[in-house]
Each structure stands twice: as C-alpha cells, then as structure tokens.
Design a protein around this ligand. Structure first.
Ligand code: SF4
Ligand code: SF4
Length: 294
C-alpha cells in the first residue's frame, strides 16, 4: 500500500520445503471472490505455484537484461567501466576489456560512465514471463529463469513490473527459498511478509536470517509454523522473546502432506482453513495499517 493502492503480501521462508507455496496459494484462494488477487510466483528458479492454482497461460514475454558490448575501435582502455562495475563483470586484461556476461546484472553503469561512448548495450535473454487466469479468477504470473542462468533478481524485478496492479487489489508474492538477493528483490516494496517456518533447530536458523532482512528493510512480518508438532519449542521461544507474532499453526499431518503432493491446497483438506486464512488476512491488513500510521 506504501507505493501503490494495492496491498502486497510476500510469503517467504529461510529454506525450501517449509510449505511456503502451500501457504501462499491457500491464502490466495481463500480471498476470492471478495478480493481481486494477483499471484506472482517469484521463485523463478523452481516455480511451482501453477501446480496448485492451475492458470491458463495467455500471455508470454521474454525476460532480458542489457549487457555491454564494447566497440574496440572507440575504446580508450581507460578502465573506467571496470572501476564502476560492482559485480566484477568486466576486467582489464592487457590492452583490452573482457566481459563476463554471466556476472552482469544489466545495471548500465559501465555504458553510462564510458567517456568515449564505446559501450553499446545488447539484449541478453535470461528467461520467460508467463501470465494468465488461474482457479477462482486469480490473476497469475510467474517467471521461469533459463537453466544455467545465474541472475534471478532481474527476472523477479521484471515480473513484478509486468502485471498491472489495480486499486484495492491484493498481490501475493511467493518468494524464492533462502535469504539471498532474490528474496530481497521479492520483498522490496512489500507491505507485509509472512514467514513460513518449521519448529526445528534448522528452521530457527533459517528463520532468523529472513527476520534480519525484514528488520533491515523495515517490513512488518509474522510467522506461520508449519508441521507443528515435529521438532522442539526453540522457534516458539525465540519468537516470544522477540515479540514476533505467530499468526497461524498448521499441524504435522500425513493428510496434508498427501494433499499437497497431489497438487491440492489446505482449503481442499478442510474448509476451516478458508476461514483461518481470511482471519489471517484481516490481521495482516490491521498490522499494515498500524505500521503506516506509526
Ligand atoms: S570506459 Fe569505455 S573507453 Fe574506458 S575502458 Fe571501458 S569501454 Fe573502454
Ligand atoms: S551493466 Fe552493470 S553489471 Fe553489467 S558489466 Fe556494466 S556495470 Fe557491470
């Protein structure tokens, strides 16, 4: 809501396999038809939101970044481009400049600083964006990063810009697992972050990393404990000590595990989850409003 009239909720987790997509897709389905929902699967290295929301893909767009190409006739070998590249994608070797396209983030800084206009920017495809209508009229889009392409952040950025957000709509962004820059890119601009964690020592370790990012980015957040009942109470204790709310608990259950494996959401397991997610959404809206007024 900060920068647009839509409410953006990012669903993240410190590690893969915690049930992040199960939560994100269940939340999306619980909000329709009352809310105008846009679901963005930002886990571009392994998108799987489509398995649960089953969109009919109607639009496709290439994701590209602009990488430099140097005109050796114009190059003065001044080294300015190497100096300004924060990603070490350029190197001065003898009297020439070498480009490492796999390291280039397409920021354009080298071309901008080149004193002799020797750098031309060319399009380098890194993946594809797809969009369409999913179950219950949810607007859906995901990015698919080309295998072996290392740059996930530009495709996430393009995915977030691609779909028009409408006034009053709710954007649910399913983040990549972990705590890397692709997670930061997904969280950028979000009004709230839902963190999904397991109550285990590994779960706590990874959760702490994402919580540090939220703190740094000043994004309010809450935690959903998934597979509640396994592990220990360290996550609970940590959250209590740090005044971080547990917003929902999903029990460890073979019924849920089988449903998820079959491409079903929590709403298919029990209709009670529809109400639980609606309540969760109301709590999120309240927290966002409180955060904006303080
Ligand atoms: S900044 Fe331009 S002129 Fe200088 S080394 Fe790079 S490409 Fe060549
Ligand atoms: S576009 Fe940016 S990341 Fe790529 S080589 Fe130039 S300065 Fe480096």
């Amino acid at each position: 809501m900060k920068n647009s009239k839509a409410l953006c909720i990012a669903v993240a987790s410190g590690k893969g396999g915690t049930g992040k997509t199960t939560v994100a897709t269940s939340l999306a389905l619980s909000l329709t038809p009352q809310e105008n929902v846009l679901f963005l699967d930002c886990d571009v290295e392994a998108p799987n939101g489509h398995l649960f929301l089953r969109p009919r893909i109607e639009a496709e767009k290439k994701a590209v970044i602009l990488i430099p190409r140097i005109d050796v006739e114009k190059c003065l070998t001044c080294g300015k481009c190497v100096e300004v590249c924060q990603f070490h994608a350029l190197a001065e070797i003898g009297k020439s400049i070498m480009i490492f396209p796999q390291l280039c983030h397409g920021c354009g800084s080298c071309a901008w600083h080149c004193p002799s206009k020797a750098i031309k920017e060319i399009k380098n495809p890194i993946g594809v964006l797809e969009a369409g209508l999913a179950l219950k009229g949810i607007r859906f889009a995901h990015g698919i990063l080309t295998i072996s392409e290392p740059m996930a952040t530009p495709i996430i950025r393009q995915l977030k810009k691609w779909q028009k957000t409408e006034t009053g709509s709710v954007i649910i962004q399913d983040a990549p697992p972990g705590a890397s820059c692709s997670v930061v890119e997904t969280l950028r601009g979000a009004d709230f972050a839902l963190l999904v964690s397991e109550p285990t020592p590994f779960g706590l370790h990874d959760l702490k990393q994402v919580l540090d990012i939220l703190k740094e980015m000043n994004i309010p957040g809450g935690v959903i404990i998934n597979r509640d009942g396994i592990g220990d109470f360290q996550v609970d204790q940590f959250l209590k000590q740090n005044h971080i709310p547990i917003m929902m608990r999903i029990p460890y259950s073979t019924e849920i595990a089988s449903a998820v494996a079959a491409g079903k959401t929590l709403l298919d397991v029990s209709s009670n989850y529809g109400l639980e997610f609606k309540t969760l959404f109301s709590q999120i809206k309240k927290r966002v409003m409180e955060n904006e007024t303080c």
